[in-house]
Design a protein around this ligand. Structure first.
Ligand code: FE2
Length: 377
């Protein structure tokens, strides 16, 4: 596969939120719906953003995005969009509100249940350009959802599925590092490790796409160089800018596909009874996957060592384990409350996950079981 595609207009700078009104005009959005989550409402950031929107009453604000967006929440947001006669969405927050907004923009304009649009169900062909326009305003530096073509949603039946289409790419991304200055250290670490995992997994994915690989390696270098400082001093503007750029770059490379880390973190995010933070799960899983993928990836591992300034033959799995530890992130699945008994079902779901298809080393459910056991601690 050699599809190389970069399309999204991105405003990237401190204060970029001032372009929101102009972007709404450019896209012809007169009656926007705002999609966000309770954390953003509590943070007070909504006031900063609303100042750049036409007057918007609370009936057009969907602020109950769950930590892992669900089919029911997508349906509720799509219903609100239709009821209010909206013509576009401004999504504000981390990956969850942005993914939920993509799902709502799809369901407000397409008939049929959401799961029929999931990539695993052959849904890509059913998604048309009728998808309502979304402007993404990320407030974390990690998911890359602002330029990604996927929305990852927990379906009513418990499966966490990716809905993927170029039509789901936000029509505009406003990346304003100012909006990340108050992000707590733990979330800075978790979301930052998500960005780093995107850069690594997309780099290792087998598709031929040298531009994406170059972007992934630039994002990896920035992310690893600045994540600790962004956590230690949230007000460090340079570190915040660098982390937001690393996240954007990770998102730009999604087109190559992800790998085993995300194949496992998706079903972990769908677990009932325990809320697993996506980026934190990726940080935990990364060392085991790097060990698993090492055979056959010598050239790319060598390039990563050079990018990271590590000596020849250095243990990349150990490097990322140490990094997670240094950031104060949990380093095993046990400590984040994942029940041991869940592993067989998680392994089956991982093997069927869309991201499993682009892992550089083919992995079956039995392999995923071993990886999850290794990461369990
Ligand atoms: Fe991710």
């Amino acid at each position: 596969m050699a599809l190389i595609q970069y399309l999204t207009p991105v405003h990237f700078e401190f204060g970029a939120i001032r372009f929101l009104g102009a972007e709404l005009d450019r896209l012809g959005i007169r009656n926007p719906m705002l999609v966000t989550d309770p954390g953003i409402v509590r943070s007070g950031l909504l006031g900063t953003i609303a100042a750049h929107l036409p007057p918007i009453d609370s009936s057009r604000i969907f602020d109950s995005t769950p930590e892992n967006p669900t089919q029911a929440a997508v349906a509720a947001a799509a219903a609100l969009f239709r009821e209010q006669g909206c013509d576009g969405i401004v999504a504000v927050g981390g990956g969850s509100p942005i993914d939920l907004a993509k799902g709502a923009a799809l369901m407000a304009t397409h008939d049929g249940p959401l799961e029929q649009f999931a990539a695993a169900e052959g849904g890509i062909a059913r998604i048309t350009q009728a998808v309502a326009p979304v402007i993404a305003v990320p407030t974390t530096a990690g998911t890359g959802a602002e330029v990604g073509r996927a929305a990852v949603i927990v379906m009513d039946d418990g499966r966490k599925m990716a809905v993927i289409s170029p039509h789901l790419i936000p029509r505009s991304a406003i990346c304003d590092p100012e909006l990340t200055l108050t992000l707590p250290a733990r979330l800075t670490a978790g979301t930052g490790m998500d960005a780093i995992a995107h850069c690594i997994e997309t780099f290792l994915a087998p598709a031929e796409n040298p531009p994406a690989e170059a972007i992934a390696m630039d994002g990896l270098a920035r992310g690893v160089a600045h994540i600790a400082q962004a956590c230690a001093d949230g007000g460090d503007r340079n570190a915040r800018w660098q982390m937001m750029m690393a996240a954007l770059e990770g998102g730009l490379t999604f087109q190559k596909g992800l790998g085993a880390v995300h194949a496992m973190s998706h079903p972990l995010g769908a677990l009932r009874g325990v809320t697993v933070h996506h980026g934190t799960a990726n940080s935990i899983l990364l060392p085991a996957v790097l060990r698993f993928n090492a055979a056959g990836a010598e050239r790319k591992y060598g390039r990563m060592r050079i990018i990271l300034g590590l000596p020849e033959g250095a243990d990349l799995a150990q490097f990322f384990l140490d990094l997670g530890r240094r950031l104060g992130l949990p380093t095993d699945l046990r400590s984040i409350g994942v029940p041991w008994e869940a592993i067989p079902a998680l392994a089956d779901a991982a093997a069927k996950d869309f991201s499993a298809r682009t892992n550089p080393r083919p992995a079956a459910a039995a392999d995923y079981r071993l990886l999850l056991e290794e990461a369990y601690g």
